[in-house]
Ligand binder design. Structure first.
Ligand code: PGA
Length: 261
């Protein structure tokens, strides 16, 4: 686990975008795992800029999103399909047929979840998974208590997550109770992980994930077992970490060949 602390979210987003761009340049048919929420918006904006200004080519990239609300149609304003379209897909050149999100209108949810896992396997697995973290430590929508070996399935949101996400809906009561999310086991099979967290509201969850005990009570703590997980934070999100000075020291003293991560 590598912790990268930058002055602000836009610096963190730029550093994380460089890492993703490097992957896409060296492996043009990379499989990306994508996340929604406020946190990755700056990262997507930077990738769009790189596409437009630096020719970063996504034409062979495939993507799988982490999650979707159950019951929401793809064009519903707060659906994650719509979020991805507006914040990323319309700005880059990923072919439509290479984009997959869980279907919020699936009639047979377990069958749909099994098929989603199969699609990921047939694509050769996910090369790099982008993650945010909930203020309760969730990754994807794997709420505290989720099996650390879980696969794509239905989950029931906690009241606090419904409240956190109410800002995307017209009325708080419009937030669905159920979602389809990749499982923690699914996420852990990704060959590398890029987790971003910004703001003081995430500092406790981040501290638990990075320096706390490995526990389903903080699902992001499973990343301690991942061989290639990088955690990009702004100062506020890092404020409850004990080893901040060491993480900054590591970043400042990287060997040249490692510097662009
Ligand atoms: P946020 O959500 O980026 O909107 O804070 C993160 C998450 O819930 O994973």
């Amino acid at each position: 686990m590598e912790v990268i602390i930058t002055a602000d979210p836009s610096s963190a987003s730029r550093v994380a975008a460089r890492r993703i761009a490097r992957l896409v340049r060296t492996k043009p048919d990379a499989v990306l795992g994508l996340a929604t929420g406020s946190t990755p918006v700056g990262l997507y904006t930077e990738l769009i800029r790189m596409h437009r200004e630096e020719g970063l080519d996504f034409s062979s990239v495939r993507t799988f999103n982490l999650d979707e609300y159950l019951g929401l149609a793809p064009d519903y304003p707060a659906s994650y399909h719509r979020f991805m379209e507006e914040n990323f897909f319309r700005g880059v050149n990923i072919p439509r047929e290479n984009i997959l999100l869980p279907n919020g209108l699936a009639s047979d949810v377990p069958a749909h979840c099994g098929a989603y896992e199969q699609e990921i396997r047939e694509a050769g697995g996910i090369d790099l998974q982008i993650l945010g973290i909930g203020s309760d430590g969730h990754i994807g929508f794997n709420e505290p208590g989720s099996s650390l070996a879980s696969r794509t399935r239905i989950k029931t949101l906690t009241p606090s997550t419904r409240q956190d996400n109410a800002r995307f809906f017209n009325k708080p009561e419009d937030v669905p109770y159920h979602v389809i999310t990749m499982g923690i086991g699914t996420i852990m099979e990704s060959r590398s992980i890029v987790l971003l967290a910004f703001g003081a509201g995430k500092s406790m969850a981040v501290a638990g994930a990075v320096e706390g005990a490995l526990s389903a009570s903080n699902p992001a703590s499973i990343l301690q077992l991942h061989p290639d997980a990088k955690i990009y934070l702004d100062e506020h999100a890092s404020s409850d970490l004990k080893r901040v000075d060491y993480y900054k020291w590591v970043f400042q003293n990287k060997p040249a060949w490692q510097a662009d991560s």
